[in-house]
Design a protein around this ligand. Sequence first.
Ligand SMILES: NC(=O)c1ccc[n+]([C@@H]2O[C@H](COP(=O)([O-])OP(=O)(O)OC[C@H]3O[C@@H](n4cnc5c(N)ncnc54)[C@H](O)[C@@H]3O)[C@@H](O)[C@H]2O)c1
Ligand SMILES: O=C(O)CC[C@@H](O)C(=O)O
Length: 526
Amino acid sequence: MSKVLVCDPVDQAGIEILSQVAQVDVNTGLPPAELIRIIPEYDAMMIRSETRVTKEIIEAATQLKIIGRAGVGVDNVDVPAATRKGIVVVNSPEGNTIAAAEHALAMMLSLSRYIPEANQSVKNSQWNRKEYIGAEVYKKTLGVVGLGKIGSHVATVAKALGMKILAYDPFISAERAEQLGCKLVDLDWLFREADYITLHIPKTPETANLINAEALAKMKPTVRIVNCARGGIIDEDALAEAVKAGKIGGAALDVFAKEPLGESNLRALGKEVILTPHLGASTAEAQVNVAIDVAEQIRDVLLGLPARSAVNIPGLYPDALEKLKPYLQLAETIGNMVGQLAGGRIDYLNIRLQGDLAEIDGKPILIASLKGLLSQALRERVNYVNASIEAKERGIHVVETRDATMRDYSGSLHLLAKGSLGEHSVTGALLGDQEIRITSIDDFPVNVAPTQHMLFTLHRDMPGIIGKIGSLLGSFNVNIASMQVGRKIVRGDAVMVISLDDPLPEGILNEITKVPGITNAYTVSL
Ligand SMILES: NC(=O)c1ccc[n+]([C@@H]2O[C@H](COP(=O)([O-])OP(=O)(O)OC[C@H]3O[C@@H](n4cnc5c(N)ncnc54)[C@H](O)[C@@H]3O)[C@@H](O)[C@H]2O)c1
Ligand SMILES: O=C(O)CC[C@@H](O)C(=O)O
């Protein structure tokens, strides 16, 4: 039975899903050395934001297949190290969107009305109404940095509060911003004009310290800044300095460069600053959502099914994935076949998406083809996560082409590989959207279902040749399940595809190539 290690507190709903397929060990707050010691036992890990899955932990893992992050940000996982090792990293991209957006909005309103400190003062037996004269957000300008899932929801709600919204997001179109009632502007404009700034971007090399002393100097002296995205996007010392010097109006932070927050100048500041301990996703609803979302993906991967929100393989929505699944199997199967026909050392692969397939996102099919191509060499070490990297490292030149006019089947896939056994191609299609059919080998038309053990011959189409091969196989006690010949012209070159009940015993291939008229013979095992 598979084993899953749950390293951070996650909702019971997730544990129950995992328990359907695995032994689940909940062991939170483990020090890194202990994680390194026990990780070889586990097939899957489930984390929130506390556990850091470092390169050292990933390197120590010998059977880990998946790391599930019950939340959005995967910056606490060394994703490149996981990818290199073929470990899928999944997250829950939408499970806590509303929770994080509402926390940002709550922070903005709390900042405006000094609610945390006013509350504390009443609890301390004071009644000081003059101290807490706030500001309205109505008709004020909110600058949203990052107009993704959370930023969009914040913008929509803030619009309903009567705010004017400016947005900065270099990856979003002006039309999308307009649909959300936002004006897309550059960052300097947003810094200059905003009364409130809310951050909803990932932490990347480009966004680290985005709000530094220089940026703060461009802002209104009354501006209030909210960060419920990631620590490290704001230079905390520069921010504390700016608040202290009255250069900005205040700030509300849920996330910090180092968590838990240690010694910090921010702690000494007054009612203008609100600090929460990374609570953006901490609602009952969000915790159930993310736990279920990630546990289901871990369960699926442990059962050999694809994950719907993997961050290191092409992300596909479940319905798209459902539609593509048979094509991924087709791609993997013919990738495997062409890899064996062209020989061990492949240096070129052309992937041609034909007919209806030419209209879709080809990336998953390309990856599945590479996985199949490399599967003889790498066996279970190659998967959807590392297939592209492995192909690149092996110097395989991969070319993707499309031909929408090729309509012999509604959609078909043609792979051509060049390797140590020469150049070979296989075309495959789906029958009734499910069953795989090989429709050509080296451009000779055939119509066969792939089977576990197959023999291919290239030969001269002439009387008696099929009989000779049949007798030869019979003399070695090899049973033929089915056989088909594909040819372009009568008595010209042809290909024979033979499905065998058993693997071809050693040495027979050599005997087959000695039969007059046979130019070459290959075996393929799937
Ligand atoms: N505080 C919490 O508990 C909590 C909870 C959930 C999410 N988050 C964090 O909130 C952030 C946003 O999450 P999301 O789900 O909206 O992500 P998202 O991917 O939907 O949106 C992020 C947006 O940022 C934009 N972006 C990327 N680089 C940018 C740059 N250099 N400048 C401006 N925009 C840039 C992207 O185009 C995208 O639209 C993430 O950092 C996530 O980890 C925090
Ligand atoms: O696990 C958490 O509570 C934080 C989650 C949040 O930071 C996220 O990126 O989804």
